[in-house]
Design a protein around this ligand. Structure first.
Ligand code: GLC
Length: 507
């Protein structure tokens, strides 16, 4: 690694190729890789869960690290080191072990703690969220700093970059509890989803080594409870969110989820940087998970073959316009809005393919819809990233009906595979989908006027209208596929932010 390259400690509860439940893992992995390509020296620290896919070449550090926590307690953690595989070496779906380390490939350190992490879930299991999550993720945060003390031969990182509340205590610990050298290391917090803030009772404070004055002075206190996200927003040198529009939205109710005032107060350090996607791994020209590979030139034929295969796989008839939905099944994701207008759309000839897991009532509603309209609606209640790829390739449209969407990645995957996104006008959906303008032959998708059922119905009806005009539709698909959703620009923005912070504050 060239001298002078920025040393970045990334702390995250998810990393796509190792363990993930959603977009957080995708974003952290792809950003880390893009930063590596730009010359940054990135070390990602994440727990080793029972569900983690550990690459065959991972090696155990000869000595454990020790994570100081509260009340004199220290946690001993094993460290398994590997690196982020080059996604071009093998399609994700068939990847078993990491290919050789390419230069600049970020290192990944997996924290091993049998009691805390070795479970069949990241945040919880069928019975609900794990009750010791505050302690589990405090251990991630503290353990990450301990790993960093050894990862660069004793030098500290130039920047600590923590993602979402699970990692956010790393910001607080660096600044407040680990001594003067750490206190000078600049910190960045990225908010991927403000709906989850890490809220727990004040009885946990001492146990988690949260300084009392952070509570007494209100820095980490919100509505009478500990709020990790709030505390980290207060302390971090920069707070980023995953789209520019979301950075504006969270300063107002309801997208601020109670922290809107705090975010307005901290607006001078708040910055929106839109996510990209991993365009090497997600490429219909090389994707081994889809029925037929295709590029811009043979998209109509390629997508037709993928659509037929997908319909056969899901038991759908392939004659009508096909809409896909790839989502966590939660109220915020607006799945209920779409279910409400489903009868009208099925009536007009639309077909639907759903994949996702989440709230039990929404899972039940999807199963019911499939039973009610066999051949027209298919539901796979599963977390199935490979089927998701076949949906991007085989559908005409991808619906993202969210009420709140910090960035959203599926609309970008969809465009890359030539499925036209039909989205609500929130968060990053607004920043990444350019509304179709038929008269001027511009735009890459359909943006509903509001996040409600009637606007969504109008947007889906527009989609049906576009689908019927086959020539116009083909050029729309071509424009969507041509959109640059790579990380290049955004990773450069992060890198200049790190460099500016290093210049201003660094050790
Ligand atoms: C979260 C957000 C999603 C975002 C992703 C990656 O999952 O809900 O909108 O795209 O993080 O940043």
């Amino acid at each position: 690694m060239a001298s002078g390259s920025v040393r970045v400690l990334m702390v995250s509860s998810e990393v796509e190729s190792l363990a993930r439940t959603g977009g957080l893992g995708d974003a952290v992995e792809a950003l880390s890789r893009a930063l590596g390509v730009l010359g940054a020296d990135v070390v990602v620290v994440t727990p080793k869960y029972g569900v983690t896919r550990v690459p065959a070449d991972a090696r155990l550090w000869p000595r454990s690290v020790f994570a100081p926590l509260g009340l004199g307690h220290t946690r001993e953690l094993g460290v398994l080191e590997t690196h982020l595989a080059d996604p071009s070496a093998a399609p994700v779906s068939s990847r078993r072990s990491a290919p050789p380390k390419a230069s600049g490939a970020p290192r990944v350190c997996l924290l091993c703690d049998g009691e805390l992490f070795e479970r069949d879930g990241i945040y919880g299991d069928r019975r609900g969220a794990f009750t010791d999550n505050p302690f589990r993720f405090a251990t991630l945060a503290s353990g990450a700093l301990s790993v960093a003390e050894r990862a660069w031969d004793g030098a500290l990182p130039d920047v600590v970059h923590a993602h979402d509340w699970h990692a956010a205590l790393a910001v607080l610990y660096a600044r407040r509890t680990r001594g003067a050298a750490w206190a000078r290391v600049p910190t960045v917090l990225t908010i991927h989803n403000l709906a989850f803030q890490g809220v727990f009772p004040s009885s946990e404070l001492d146990y988690l080594a949260i300084p009392r004055d952070a509570w007494d002075g209100g820095s980490i206190r919100h509505d009478g409870a500990v709020n990790v996200m709030k505390g980290a927003i207060d302390v971090a040198d920069r707070v980023t969110t995953v789209s520019e529009n979301y950075a504006r939205e969270i300063q107002r109710w309801p997208h601020g989820f109670g922290l809107e005032g705090h975010l307005r107060w901290n607006s001078s350090k708040l910055l929106g940087i839109v996510n990209g996607i991993d365009t090497v791994s997600f490429d219909p020209k090389t994707d081994g998970a889809i029925a037929r590979r295709y590029g811009a030139a043979d998209a109509p034929q390629g997508k037709r073959a993928c659509k037929e295969a997908l319909c056969a796989e899901l038991g759908l008839s392939s004659d009508g316009p096909l809409f896909g939905v790839v989502s966590r099944l939660q109220w915020l994701k607006g799945i209920d809005l779409l279910l409400g207008i489903l009868p009208a759309l099925v009536e007009r000839g639309a077909r639907f393919a759903f994949v996702g897991t989440g709230d039990a009532d929404l899972e039940g509603a999807l199963r019911e819809a499939a039973a009610r309209w066999p051949g027209r609606v298919a539901s796979r209640v599963a977390f199935d990233p490979t089927l998701a790829r076949r949906i991007f390739a085989g559908t005409d449209f991808l619906v993202v009906p969210s009420r709140d969407e910090p960035c959203g990645l599926t609309q970008m995957y969809a465009m890359r595979y030539g499925a036209i996104p039909v989205v609500t006008p929130v968060g990053g959906l607004r920043d990444t989908v350019e509304p179709v303008d038929v008269a001027h032959a511009t735009g890459t998708g359909i943006v509903a006027a509001a996040s409600d059922a009637s606007s969504l119905l109008l947007a889906c009806e527009d989609a049906l209208g576009l689908w019927r005009e086959s020539i116009g539709f083909e050029s729309l698909v071509a424009r969507a596929m041509a959109r640059d959703s790579s990380w290049d620009d955004s990773a450069r923005k992060y890198l200049s932010m790190y460099e500016a912070l290093r210049g201003k504050l660094g050790p």
